[in-house]
Design a protein around this ligand. Structure first.
Ligand code: G3P
Length: 215
């Protein structure tokens, strides 16, 4: 399973990249706005670290505008995936971009039928937002189960990228279902590393080691 960071913070990405557990980065306009930096500058810095998958979202709402932006974004670096919203215009743009060899991440997906359409137009990734579904009283993980089942039924190559992840249990559930990728905030990925019994166990080992005769 691939683990992505959902952030535009270069220092956070660098920290996780250095641990060796990071497989990619997803950004969105909200995350980019939080950093107060130029979008392309951030993308270039993240790609320069060697991160092999970096999703950059278009903000145009017509197919034509999405194509112009998508073609521009993809030439920034070979690691760029173009993020396109799940709309009729977005489906059309994805079909064209995919036919040109651009890897598209279809975002703002909230139903299994939308995910089916994303696969049909050749999206490389589909991004269902599970946390936002949970917030609305719907079990987001049921959507992941449905999408994984549908993609297996028809052997679609589109990868299921679980987005809007809010806590480590989301990651665990996504892994058990067999989702390809989970993207999460830095704080959630950091929590995956830690367990209080690891800390207690290490402290005890170090304490006992002091009793071992040295020299
Ligand atoms: O980047 C897409 C998605 O992960 C956003 O998550 O927490 O804003 O619902 P969130």
């Amino acid at each position: 399973m691939k683990l992505f960071l959902d952030t535009a913070s270069v220092p956070d990405i660098r920290t996780m990249w250095e641990t060796g557990i990071l497989d990619g980065v997803t950004t969105n306009p909200t995350l980019v706005a939080k950093e107060g930096r130029k979008f392309e500058e951030v993308l270039r810095e993240v790609c320069a670290l060697g991160v092999p998958s970096v999703s950059a979202e278009v903000v145009g709402t017509t197919t034509e505008a999405m194509l112009v932006e998508g073609r521009h974004l993809r030439q920034i670096h070979p690691s760029i995936y173009v993020k396109v919203p799940m709309t009729a215009a977005g489906l059309k743009a994805t079909k064209v971009l995919a036919s040109e060899g651009t890897r598209v991440n279809m975002t703002l997906v909230f139903s299994a039928n939308q995910a089916l359409l994303a696969a049909k137009v050749g999206a490389a990734y589909v991004s269902p937002f599970i946390g936002r579904l949970d917030d609305n009283g719907q079990d987001g993980m049921e959507l992941i189960e449905d999408i994984v089942e549908i993609y297996q039924n028809y052997e679609y190559p589109t990868e299921v990228l679980v987005a809007s992840v809010r806590h480590p249990v989301h990651v665990l559930q996504a892994a058990k279902i067999g989702a390809d990728i989970a993207t999460m905030p830095f704080a959630v990925m950091d929590k995956l590393v830690h367990h209080p019994l690891t800390d207690l166990g290490l402290a005890q080992f170090l304490k006992d080691w002091e009793k071992v005769p040295k020299g």
